[in-house]
Design a protein around this ligand. Structure first.
Ligand SMILES: [Mg+2]
Length: 372
């Protein structure tokens, strides 16, 4: 079997007729082979930048677009192809968007391998630890603190036993932050599992530390990305300040960045995104590093049903992979792009015993939002 073509599809939800928050765009990759098998992958990144990383011509031996490296290659040699892409793009890749692009292709290669061998991806990864995975819901808080009560209660009624909120105005104003958190906590009750995502907006260790102390009484399960992941010292100092766990790392890529973050920042929870960190292949290595550092891995995941399917296959085959994120995005790209998107049911996501990622793309919707 040989790779014959790679298609990069950029999707964008128009702003006028289709209001949407988070999930306004996506980049999907289709890897074609000389058989009937097509692999699909995606990256949650800047679509145009990922597209360029894949389609760019060669500048020199360290600066090659990914597509030309893969044409004619055997798609089943996933690790060798990962290494080839990494090495041959290291001037313009190595971290960030270059790895995001590799992630999308890596996921597509696992999709191809599963179809070729006719066993689920979790079997190729070593076997299934669980049939279902607990899922926590993520929502963007409303600007008026009291409006978040209804949002949280509705999600609790849908079966969520764990909720996270972040984005929007959270992190902008300490008093408003506390009011939003107080309202959500009161609405869901004292024992409900609640986490917040600051998206690095507290910026400095000093401000974050004072917020941690003010929030102690709200019994938060974790506080995510209080500051940039580059501030490893800040993270290390925040660790252990309150009973809330510290989480971060969604913007990091490769085992190399995670190795440094895990060792120096000492987070309680690390959150690689499978469509950014280097795909399924690299996620496995990051998981092993997390284990060696006594850190829990709970993947970031807030894009389409393709990301969701890849994350579920990885977690199913991971010893301690028992918690995942489930987006509450109203973007049609999350809701409808994958017609058979893995549903949330009674607090959990069931692991499908499918061949490949098992995603059925709504081609009509894909063509409606396609802008390339
Ligand atoms: Mg986050």
């Amino acid at each position: 079997m040989k790779i014959t073509d790679i298609e990069v599809i950029v999707l964008r939800v128009p702003g006028i007729d289709d209001p949407c928050e988070w999930g306004e765009d996506a980049v999907i990759v289709k890897v074609y082979t000389d058989g009937d098998i097509v692999g699909i992958g995606e990256s949650d990144t800047s679509p145009m930048v990922a597209k360029a990383a894949i389609l760019a011509p060669e500048t020199n031996l360290y600066c090659s677009g990914l597509k030309r490296l893969l044409i004619g290659e055997n798609p089943l040699e996933i690790q060798r192809l990962w290494d080839k892409m990494y090495w041959s793009s290291n001037y313009m890749g190595r971290r960030g968007a270059g790895i995001h692009a590799i992630s999308a292709i890596d996921i597509a290669l696992w999709d191809i391998a599963s179809q070729y061998y006719q066993v689920p991806i979790y079997m190729l990864l070593g076997g299934k630890y669980r049939n279902r995975i607990k899922a926590y819901g993520t929502f963007i808080p409303a600007d008026k603190p009291e409006d978040n009560r209804e949002i949280a209660v509705k999600l609790k009624e849908q079966g969520y036993t764990s909720l996270k909120f972040g984005g929007g105005i959270l992190g902008d104003d300490p008093d408003v932050d506390i009011e939003i958190i107080r309202n959500v906590r009161e609405a869901v009750g004292d024992s409900f599992e609640l986490e917040i995502d600051i998206a690095t907006k507290w910026r400095t260790y000093g401000h974050a530390a004072s917020m941690f102390k003010s929030l102690e009484k709200y019994n938060l399960n974790w506080i995510e990305e209080p500051i940039l992941a580059d501030d490893e010292k800040g993270y290390a100092k925040l660790s252990g300040i309150t009973s809330a766990k510290i989480a971060g790392g969604e913007s990091l890529t490769t085992r190399f960045e995670f190795n440094s973050f895990l060792k120096n920042a000492q987070p309680d929870i690390v959150q690689p995104d499978i469509t950014r960190c280097g795909g399924i292949s690299e996620m496995r290595k990051i998981y092993d590093l997390a284990q060696m550092n006594g850190t829990r891995l709970i993947p970031h995941g807030f894009s389409t049903g393709i990301l969701l399917a890849a994350t579920v296959q990885f977690l199913a085959a991971t010893e301690h992979g028992d918690l995942m994120e489930y987006s509450q995005s109203q973007s049609p790209l999350f809701r409808d792009l994958v017609k058979n998107k893995i549903p949330f049911e009674d607090g959990y996501v069931n692991v499908p015993d499918c061949i490949g990622l098992g995603v059925e793309i709504d081609e009509e919707l894909l063509n409606k939002y396609r802008i390339d």
